[in-house]
Ligand binder design. Structure first.
Ligand code: ACO
Length: 329
């Protein structure tokens, strides 16, 4: 049997962190009132990284990808699949994945983007796993990357304080031991209206409303419910009892969503990776950035089981269970 084994993790965060206080000061100049206290209490966010106008998603994705390749001990010539999850591509086409392939000097295999907003990395990882298990790829680079700040309406305080920019990447390698144990992706298009950026391009001009809008409480409710049911399904499929799970690494939208999901699953917060406080919500980048943080902190251990979870616009969600290799470092 062929399985996908996690062999490399990388990250990229643009510039210096922007604290809630600094952001509140910038918004005050636009006549928008917010505070560190409101943001911290409602979301757990204390800071975020915001890309300058010259930084693109493919730049961040390539930086994260380069680090993941180095961690895996692989060269660009080893990679035969590139998938980038993003809702903020550099340009309409070619795909960001093709631009990353070019930036990293990868000259073989397919490259394509996946658009599932904050669930994008889970969609991309599950897709790469299917490629590997089908014998169609040997070494896959899977990236979640966003400059989500470009989609924000800085006059809408109910959304602009929630998000940040960044990229995270992993390398999956075909091996004889698992690896990825189980995954499940879901979408319910009938809820497309609760979280959207409803703009498009027509005749070379932007049409509609290209900024993010959100029904916060509806998103909160759907996120908690879908994360719990999806976690239970995938853990059962992987043969892992929630109390035996090594680490839960969920999409980092909001501290209260993380706490509620963990509580419903009976998983103590010590076994949940929290990165939303320092990265804010980086959409498709949030899960691999949280994985990278856990790795940096020495929390990813050989043989450990992980449950990764994404949830976001579409409405989409997904979970993926994996076991780190006995020699993972
Ligand atoms: N600063 C100060 N006050 C604010 C701000 C702000 N940044 N934003 C909103 N408020 C005010 C509102 O105007 C409102 O004031 P009012 O009572 O005078 O009308 C008050 O705060 C409450 O607003 P609500 O929108 O009801 O606030 P709520 O308690 O629902 O919290 C939040 C908003 C944090 C977005 C919450 O709905 C939530 O956690 N939603 C989950 C969705 C989420 O996290 N989305 C992230 C992206 S989606 C994803 O990744 C899956």
């Amino acid at each position: 049997m062929i399985y996908s084994q996690l062999r490399g993790i990388g990250h990229a965060l643009p510039g210096n962190p922007v604290s809630n206080e600094v952001l509140a000061g910038r918004l005050a100049e636009l006549g928008i009132e917010t505070s560190d206290q409101w943001i911290r209490e409602r979301t757990g966010i204390t800071q975020r990284y915001l890309a300058d106008p010259t930084t693109t998603t493919s730049m961040l994705a390539a930086e994260a990808g380069r680090e993941a390749l180095a961690h895996a001990g692989l060269a660009a010539s080893d990679i035969d699949l590139v998938i980038v999850a993003t809702s903020t591509p550099d340009i309409i086409f070619p795909s960001t994945a093709c631009l990353v392939q070019k930036r990293l000097g990868i000259h073989q295999g397919p490259a394509f983007d996946i658009q599932a907003v904050c669930s994008g990395f889970l969609y991309a990882l599950a897709t790469a796993d299917l490629y590997i298990r089908a014998g169609k790829a040997t070494n896959a680079l899977v990236v979640g990357a966003e400059v989500f700040s470009r989609l924000l309406d800085w006059r809408d305080r109910s959304t602009c304080v929630l998000f940040g920019d960044g990229a995270g990447a992993v390398v999956l390698r075909a091996e004889s031991q698992p690896g990825i144990l189980a995954h499940r992706l879901e979408a319910r298009g009938e809820f497309e209206n609760i979280l959207r950026a409803a703009g498009g391009v027509h005749g070379g001009a932007i049409q509609g409303h290209p900024f993010l809008t959100m029904e916060g409480q509806a998103v909160f409710k759907m996120a908690v419910e879908s994360l719990e049911s999806s976690a239970r399904q995938v853990l059962a499929e992987a043969g892992i009892a929630p109390e035996d799970l090594g680490l839960l690494i969920p999409h980092q939208a909001n501290m209260r969503i993380l706490q509620m999901t963990a509580k419903r699953l009976g998983i103590p917060m010590e076994r949940v990776v929290v990165a939303v406080d320092r990265h804010a919500n980086t959409s498709a980048a949030s899960v691999p950035l949280a994985m990278h943080l856990a790795h940096q902190e020495g929390r990813l251990l050989p043989g450990q089981t992980l449950l990764l979870q994404g949830v976001g616009g579409g409405f989409t969600w997904g979970s993926l269970a994996l076991r780190l290799a006995p020699d993972f470092a």
